[in-house]
Write a protein that binds this ligand. Structure first.
Ligand code: KIV
Ligand code: ZN
Length: 523
């Protein structure tokens, strides 16, 4: 009988912390549904103290999920109270509290004398804060996880001490993050082995690992930790997360599955759902998957050279260590078109993991027909992009009602736009360096605002000249970024929609600005 490795998915928390990957509440709910279908053991749904929207998203996910839902909290009462407020309706709530434990972090983040004069005194304060946080979290739920942030660079003796203390305080999972992605696989495995051997009460808690990918070693480090005693792996779909990301869920799961000859472990993941989950996360976050990405990249099962193709035709095993079917890569491309009915669309969306209410289906069907009118064949990736666009539109943002562009090799690009917002209509024209610039300027003029566009990308969602174009625009306001996404067969229209969405999100943010940006230890 194989021992189960718990898969703790942090796509919606650490993954969402990827630069530019912010998700709205509806998108998070939809991804959580798909993660449940994928069979993850824990969904880390967010960091409720960091913003009202984070709190709302965790609440919404809790209201319909059967999986363990974790919410992150710094080791302070306010955060833990916010986490509980978000989690209290969950069937299986987990509070995940954390504090920094490495010398570098303690000296850097707890530099003030009120945490102690020397490193040793500060370590004592941090240990006490960790214990108090776990005890406080335990007053709400029996399922409490503690993370020693930057454990990868933490002194082993101090790490053992704090882990032992939080287990005595009631932590049921102890997480050892390699926060900066600094460790080496054998070194990280050794760290886990030392805890197994040196912490007397370690058997009362599950050892978890959470590896970042700064040196491209997150998956290797996680697997090494499993070999030495870890039984929960924290990871994110497509490997998204802070900086270079987290360990990628699909790589860990498939490595364990494909190389089951080397160990006695298993996961509960329904691997056939990997592809759909990966595409949904990519469509909603706007984070494009590199073609050569293991397991889920477009080229992961493509064979280009004649020798490889010949080998594959004779026997698949020559160049494939797993089948595309085993991770849910579709082998036939089902195509919809303008004659497809609403039920056909609903069934295809359901197969791709999207569950829609009657009203939502109505709206999506109207947009689908619009697209099908412009391009004859509508592929799965078109539908994913359409769903991403549909979900990303919170109420109260600006609507592009009309757009006219004049552009050519011998003329000055000129754009006219008409924008609707609430019951107001704004119309303006402008010229620019190119059609997109003219369009953005016309929008700014119409709305009487300006902004700093920090990133602008356009890509085609599917192959061919009729492909849907997806535009992503990021604007910056001080330290805060707002991302907009727009989709159309016309890339200028997609760009205008994306820009309007980013501007709308900025407006909404400053309108309800109770949002606190988490920048410190919370005390
Ligand atoms: O990387 C990290 O240390 C984290 C913790 C909050 C678990 O994300
Ligand atoms: Zn992390």
């Amino acid at each position: 009988m194989r021992e189960k490795i718990l898969v703790f998915d942090t796509t919606l928390r650490d993954g969402e912390q990827s630069p530019g990957a912010s998700l709205n509440v509806q998108e998070k709910v939809e991804i959580a549904r798909q993660l449940e279908k994928l069979g993850v053991d824990v969904i880390e749904a967010g960091f409720p103290a960091s913003s009202p929207l984070q709190l709302e998203a965790v609440q919404r996910i809790c209201s319909e999920s059967h999986t363990v839902i974790a919410a992150l909290a710094r080791a302070v009462e306010n955060d833990i109270t916010a986490a509980w407020k978000a989690l209290k309706d969950a069937l299986k709530p987990r509070i995940h509290t954390f504090i920094s434990t490495s010398d570098i972090h303690i000296l850097g983040k707890f530099g003030s004398d009120r945490y102690g004069a020397s490193l040793q005194e500060k370590q004592g304060t941090v240990l006490q804060m960790a214990v108090d946080a776990v005890k406080f979290a335990k007053t709400f739920t029996p399922d409490v996880e503690f993370s020693a942030e930057d454990a990868g660079r933490t002194d082993p003796g101090y790490l053992a001490e704090i882990i032992s203390a939080v287990i005595d305080a009631g932590a049921t999972t102890v997480n050892i993050p390699d926060t900066t992605g600094y460790t080496w696989p054998s070194e990280f495995g050794e760290k886990i082995a030392r805890l197994v051997a040196g912490v007397p009460n370690i058997s009362k808690a599950v050892i978890s690992v959470h590896c970042h990918n700064d040196l491209g070693l997150a998956v290797a480090n996680s697997l090494s930790a499993v070999e030495r005693g870890a039984r929960q792996i924290e990871c994110a779909m497509n490997g998204i997360g802070e900086r270079a990301g987290n360990a990628s869920l699909e790589e860990i799961v498939m490595a364990l599955k494909v190389r089951s000859d080397l160990h006695n472990f298993r996961t509960g993941i329904v691997t056939e759902e990997i592809y759909n989950t990966s595409r949904m996360v990519s469509a909603f976050t706007g984070m494009i998957i590199q073609p050569n990405k293991a397991i889920v990249g477009d080229n992961a099962f493509s064979h280009e050279s004649g020798i490889h193709q010949d080998g594959m035709l004779k026997s698949r095993e020559t160049y494939e260590v797993m089948t595309p079917e085993s991770v849910g890569v579709p082998q036939t491309n089902i195509v919809l078109g303008r004659h497809s009915g609403k039920h056909g669309l609903q069934a295809r969306l359901a197969a791709l993991g999207y569950k829609l209410g009657d009203q939502e289906l109505e709206t999506v069907y109207r947009r689908f027909l619009d697209i099908a009118d412009k391009k004859k064949e509508v592929y799965d990736d078109d539908l994913r992009v359409l769903m991403g666009d549909e979900m990303s539109r919170p109420g109260g943002t600006y609507l592009l009602d009309y757009m006219h562009i004049n552009s050519g090799t011998a003329s000055i690009p000129t754009a006219t736009v008409r924008i609707k917002h609430d019951s107001q209509v704004y119309e303006e024209s402008a010229t620019g360096d190119g059609p997109v610039d003219a369009c953005f300027r016309a929008i700014e003029r119409a709305l009487g605002i300006e902004s700093m566009v920090s990133t602008y990308t356009v890509r085609s969602a599917t192959a061919g000249r009729q492909a849907l174009g997806e535009a992503l625009v990021r604007i910056r306001d001080g330290n805060i970024s707002f991302n907009g996404r727009g989709v159309s067969t016309d890339v200028i229209e997609a760009s205008a929609k994306a820009y309007l969405q980013a501007l709308g999100l900025r407006r909404l943010h400053f309108q309800n600005s109770t949002t606190e940006t988490i920048t410190d230890n919370g005390v």
